[in-house]
Design a protein around this ligand. Structure first.
Ligand code: SAH
Length: 398
């Protein structure tokens, strides 16, 4: 019989769990010191011992575990994991059938009923991300569901739970036949090179799929495009395929250059016709201003928080400034694709940052389009933080 620990919820938090809030916060429970072994099943109860929810203990940067069920009678066993994963797969049938898109998120943590666990599908390969030692302890149950489904080439994993909640650099291969990397995936007909066994990041962020498609199909044609915080240049590829006259990609990570060259090359784009700069974005803004460079379209997709040698960037403090820097080098009628993955604020506040940037420059704009997470990144409607992606496409008006 597996041990179950009762966690007493503080009165202020009882309402949260009655409203099916899935995250177990350290502050929400009285006796979190009774927890020792990650993966232990827990029952949340009120002062009188009444059942509120059940889940597991696992330390993450967010919280100390996740509620898995609000139904007292439901068992957390192999059948539970199987049902959750099969339900998630059923919801993604349209992605499986789409020959032009061979990579998508198959299981999205609490959005699919199991916080701390994501599974991505990359053209025949599964990539499981474990966000705590606690969820990792259920590894066999998760793998056996994938085994039962069969028909995969291999399973890889990312363990994102060292002491600082960071990725543990390991051999990420789990089972099957080792892949040869780069693995080529398709996204709405575009090719992307992906590495499942080379550090925490694989080369593409699948949650921006619809934004890349919009950039290619609606905004790039005939435009001079600047892609900031460009990583492997995924947005630059979409822009070039959409008929941009030229793209400039800027990222300070040294390997971004070879990675971007690779992404262009797997799409048959001559990278020598494109600009790829290994540089601090904030220095690039100054450089572009000095050289009087102007762009028709600028992609802004910074990390939530970044520290470089000279600058510290935090979305909530510095996004208006980023908009201002952009406006200084934006052509008449220019377009900005403004994106953030910061979960700590919502769309309204994000739009406020954009508004402030334009206002400080005494410029006007109109919103052309907005994006949030695509359907394969299922969101738990009782957990707003899970709905982290916000993208607003705006056009400067004169
Ligand atoms: N837009 C990318 C993902 C960005 S990930 C995409 O769609 O794929 C964030 C990137 O920002 C990382 O590659 C990191 O190297 C880069 N970065 C962080 N701070 C930076 C800075 N000050 N200047 C340039 N790049 C920066």
């Amino acid at each position: 019989m597996t041990q179950i620990i009762e966690l007493k919820v503080k009165p202020d938090f009882i309402g949260h769990y009655k409203n099916k809030f899935p995250l177990i916060n350290k502050d929400a429970v009285v006796n979190n010191e009774s927890l020792s072994l990650e993966g232990t099943l827990v029952h949340l109860v009120d002062d009188n011992g009444n059942f509120l929810g059940k889940g597991y203990y696992g330390n993450q940067n967010k919280g100390i575990g996740w509620v898995l069920s609000f139904n007292e009678g439901e068992k957390i066993d192999s059948v539970f994991f199987k049902n959750k994963i099969l339900t998630a797969i059923n919801k993604r049938q349209s992605y499986y059938k789409d020959e032009n898109t061979t990579a998508f998120r198959l299981f999205n943590g609490e959005g699919d009923g199991i916080g701390g666990l994501t599974i991505d599908y990359f053209n025949g390969y599964y990539l499981i991300s474990w966000y705590s030692q606690g969820i990792f302890s259920f590894k066999e149950k998760v793998i056996s569901v994938l085994d039962e489904l069969g028909d995969y080439k291999a399973i890889y994993e990312k363990k994102r739970f060292d002491t600082k909640g960071q990725y543990i650099d390991d051999d990420d291969f789990v089972k099957g036949e080792r892949g040869e990397f780069p693995l080529l995936i398709k996204e709405n007909g575009m090719n992307y090179a992906v590495y499942l066994n080379d550090g925490a990041m694989v080369g593409i962020f699948l949650d921006q799929r619809e934004v890349r498609q919009a950039l290619r199909d609606k905004y790039a044609k005939g435009k001079h495009v600047l892609n900031t915080f460009s990583y492997t240049g995924a947005f630059s590829v979409a822009a070039a395929l959409g008929g941009a006259t030229k793209t400039t990609s800027v990222d300070l990570a040294k390997r971004s250059k070879s990675k971007t060259i690779e992404q262009f090359s797997v799409n048959g784009i001559d990278f020598e016709q494109q600009d790829i700069k290994v540089m601090d974005v904030f220095d690039y803004f100054k450089y572009a201003k000095r050289k009087e460079l102007k762009f028709d379209l600028v992609v802004l997709d910074p990390p939530s928080f970044a520290r470089s040698k000279k600058h510290t960037f935090s979305t909530s403090k510095n996004y208006p400034g980023l908009i201002k820097d952009t406006l200084a080098i934006l052509e008449k009628d220019g377009i900005i694709i403004a994106s953030t993955n910061n979960a700590s604020f919502g769309m309204k506040k994000f739009k406020g940052f954009i508004e402030k940037g334009f206002k400080d420059m005494s410029m006007k704009y109109k919103i052309l389009e907005e994006f949030s997470l695509p359907a394969d990144f299922q969101v738990d409607r009782n957990f707003n933080q899970g709905n982290y992606l916000k993208v607003v496409i705006v056009q400067k008006v004169n």
